[in-house]
Ligand binder design. Sequence first.
Ligand SMILES: Nc1ncnc2c1ncn2[C@@H]1O[C@H](COP(=O)(O)OP(=O)(O)OP(=O)(O)O)[C@@H](O)[C@H]1O
Ligand SMILES: [Mg+2]
Length: 211
Amino acid sequence: MIILVGNLKGGTGKSTIAFNLAVWSAYQQRRTLLVDADPQHTTSDLVALRREEGHQPMIYSLVAEERRLGEELGTAGNVFETILVDIAAGDRESFRAALKDADRLVIPLLPGQADVWALHNFMELVHTARKEKPSLGVIAVINRADTNLQVRETQETEEALRDIGLPISKIQIGNRVTFRRSLTEGLGVIEWEPRSRAAHEMDALAREVLL
Ligand SMILES: Nc1ncnc2c1ncn2[C@@H]1O[C@H](COP(=O)(O)OP(=O)(O)OP(=O)(O)O)[C@@H](O)[C@H]1O
Ligand SMILES: [Mg+2]
């Protein structure tokens, strides 16, 4: 199964979510590949750190060149049970190429109108991809949601997503320091602090998008 974690907007949590989903998948004993299609190399650096530190289970990583992304996904699809792809913000071409092969698209976005507005232009690509491949599952995930109270902003974001016809995950990912701390160790939140809220949220999200 190829899962694309993408949003043309920057800083919405694509790499954090792609990495944490990969960790979860590896714990399910699935042969897991994390494809890094971002020149910032966030996810491949994380996998390298994980390897240096000797953390198990193993996640495989591939740095994909934009032009060869489609080709590489096609080949990797025969070898890996779960393939997660982290796409660079603003990279329409990689996004379009990867969408052709993807089974699912997970769209992380931050609460607030700006992120929903930014989705409009991106939704064109998604609609085109879905015409070609109606089985493509698309789900938006609100990331860094306010953890103190049910802030109106998060609810408004959900309503706005419903208006543009984008399905939303049942679970929202809170704005939690656990996500940042665990990453600096090359660990997913389910390993760093298995009983934390962050781990609970990531587990719920993974069940929604990977099962
Ligand atoms: N749920 C969260 N709680 C707290 N911090 C988070 C959360 N998700 C992401 N972050 C932090 O927000 C920042 C951006 O996250 P991340 O790098 O995953 O986004 P991105 O969409 O991959 O960014 P880019 O577009 O630059 O590739 C990072 O510092 C990350 O640690
Ligand atoms: Mg990133």
